[in-house]
Design a protein around this ligand. Sequence first.
Ligand code: SF4
Ligand code: ZN
Length: 424
Amino acid sequence: IKIKVTKIDVPVAVASAFEGERVRKDAMFAEFGGNKTECWELVTSGDPAEMEDHKITLIGPDIDDPMFAGKDVVRLPLGIVVTVGGKAMQKDFETVLERRIHYFTNYIDGAMHVGQRNIAWIRLTKEAFEKGFRLKHIGEVLYAKMRSDFEKVVDKCEITIYTNAEDVKRLGEELVKPIYAERDERMGALTDESVDTFYTCLLCQSFAPSHVCIVTPERLGLCGAVSWLDAKATKELDPEGPNQPVIKGQAIDAQTGRWEAVDKAVASASQGAVEKVTLYSILEDPMTSCGCFECICGIMPEANGVIIVNREFSDISPVGMTFGELASMTGGGVQTPGFMGHGRFLIGSKKFMSAEGGLSRIVWMPKELKDDVAERLNKAVFEMTGIENFADMVCDETIATDSEAVLEFLESKNHPALAMDPIM
Ligand code: SF4
Ligand code: ZN
């Protein structure tokens, strides 16, 4: 029997209208993640026969715990496990549901959610706390939304929220990371050539009306949150939804990644604003960028290569601009040859601006980003060029940021970009 869930039993309002709400420091009561504590989230499927629908469990202290008396801000580690069960549930749907944690939490008046997976970051306001909002209410909201928005596949839903430092750390390592890794591995095994269908993503048209992401196995959505498997699963879950298939057919130009079917799909989905895109070139009709890209890649002409800056990096880059400045010229749903927004996971894809020489063009990245992507990047560059430990040839802010010093470093490392054809 399916029980329909409509009412959400929480002391604050929950509506998509609150989605854009930011929680600033002075209004903040509690914070999870944001580089201060560990914070992760996971949707996993369970056996409905063994599940108890609407079971919400908090393991660890809540935000009203006496130990926080007199503290300015309540800071706790946080791990959220949403277990869903249903006859029509599929493993491929897990990531799609997991991404919705971001939206559902943002619907809460008095909550802000940023990021995903184990870089999630949540803030709650003093006002929400005073109205009686507690951690179990996050569970109530997630429960109700998972059940109502995914009623076709979710018959039962349990939520467990961990705030014990020990549990959050241990489960983060033993339960969560292996699942993230397994998903990435599955995705990594697929190539653009191995599928006959790409997907559009139109989710960001609410604020960038002409923006269309084309999601392929080797090029995920630029927000980093929509892989090809996610797009495929979303189409199954929500046939009229934001991800529509593009049967790709023969490429017009395999080098730059140009397909007639893709051009048609983009032209129609952007209402004619964008007529042509390539999937593998940063110079020739590159894909548009909305605003939620994890990274921006831009050409550094004097180095004959490109730099990549991630959102978290706030200092100036070797092209003389910060992430924010780069974002203001790259975003908004327009094509900006020479610049493109992309997901972190694209760094390590053999299709990364392969028309211009690919990954070996990367000359500079912030250190945190470089360390994060090094393993996949090294593997891909080695397979493509035979160069070992490529990440060590890529400059970062701890080595140099001004153009001349970056060049000196690249020369000292004999960086391959220096010997490649002129990039422009
Ligand atoms: Fe979809 Fe692209 Fe927006 Fe991500 S950035 S939600 S893939 S349109
Ligand atoms: Zn976007």
